[in-house]
Design a binder for this molecule. Structure first.
Ligand code: NCD
Length: 318
């Protein structure tokens, strides 16, 4: 495996391999001792957009495997003096790093880095615009797999702002490849009809599909990515698409509630649902560390780095 830019490009076998590896990393650094898998590896995090969970989770994952994590915050850096994204990344690369974890508001920014950094530097997408957020997709799928023991045959609804959600796209690619039936549900203005080409069912009436769902993943309305008001009011959105106690009564018994966070209580879901016995929202956060350990170990583990270096030596001989 080279870089992690999307789940679209990752075959089902590699997704399953990462999920199995995440299983093996659960509890490492807490109930289980830290590991030295990434001893001597240096990883830089380049977050050009805000983050709570993803950034801390990657940092903990790296440290629990013995890697060094460098933190770059654009607000305190020379990007505020006009330095370009590529120049910033190349300067950080020149200090000697093995991988970058990058989040950017522009779709395609992580891919751009793969074209400008040395091939041995692994690029991991931590969210690019409204495109993909592969580790969030993996951790959502991992959380579902831990609850049901499988993905194939499950019905998973992604509810909310499908149009602007990178989490939706990564979930769709991963879930469909592993054999789930995916329903995308939201107001017509937030569900692009072309999404059907990804192999999903489109719905605009949550109450009609709810009894069929094994999992409901509640996506935040991405106000910061919308140019105009795409629905009349937040109150109306909550009434039509928010999960609440009444809707839970019509759900399939044993249905699990996921949300990638940040959650807006009273919008995508009411507090009783967020904190209720069907919610696995905080499990997702815990699982995210194991999933990111699996990704970092796969991309930056000694074997991978040795192979990449051998490849480069062979290339320079030819
Ligand atoms: C998501 C993101 O940033 O894409 N959050 C996350 O990484 N946990 C979802 C969101 O912002 O709504």
């Amino acid at each position: 495996m080279n870089h992690l830019l999307t789940l679209e490009a990752l075959p089902a076998s590699e997704i399953s391999m990462l999920l199995d590896s995440a299983e093996d990393h659960l509890g490492v650094g807490r109930e289980l001792p830290k590991r030295k898998t990434l001893d001597g590896v240096v990883i830089a995090s380049l977050f050009f957009e805000n983050s709570t969970r993803t950034k801390i989770s990657f940092g903990l994952a790296a440290r629990r495997l013995g890697a060094e994590m460098l933190d770059f915050s654009p607000g305190n850096s020379s990007t505020s003096k006009g330095e370009s994204f590529i120049d910033t990344a190349k300067n950080i690369e020149a200090m000697g790093i093995d991988a970058v974890v990058v989040r950017h508001s522009s779709a395609g920014a992580p891919k751009l880095l793969t074209e400008h950094l040395q091939p041995r530097v692994q690029v991991i997408n931590a969210g690019d615009g409204a495109h993909e957020h592969p580790t969030q997709g993996l951790l959502d799928i991992f959380t579902i797999r831990r609850k049901f023991g499988r993905i194939a045959g499950l019905t998973v609804a992604l509810v909310g702002d499908i149009a602007h959600s990178r989490v939706a796209r990564s979930n769709i690619h991963g879930l469909v490849k592993l054999g789930a039936h995916v329903i995308v549900c939201g107001p017509t203005t937030l569900v692009p009809p072309a999404i059907v080409t990804l192999g999903v069912e489109i719905a605009h009436d949550l109450d009609a599909v709810l009894p069929r769902c094994d999992v409901v993943n509640l996506l935040r309305v991405q106000f910061e990515r919308q140019r105009t008001g795409l629905f009349p009011s937040v109150r109306e959105y909550a009434q039509l698409f928010g999960m609440n106690g009444i809707r839970m009564k019509h759900a399939k018994p044993g249905m699990w509630i996921l949300a990638p966070g940040p959650i807006n209580r009273g919008v995508e879901l009411t507090p009783d649902v967020a904190d209720g016995s069907h919610s696995v929202i905080l499990d997702q956060v815990t699982n995210g560390i194991a999933v990111r350990m699996a990704v970092l170990a796969q991309l930056c583990g000694k074997e991978t780095i040795r192979n990449a270096e051998c490849g480069m030596r062979n290339e320079s001989k030819n």
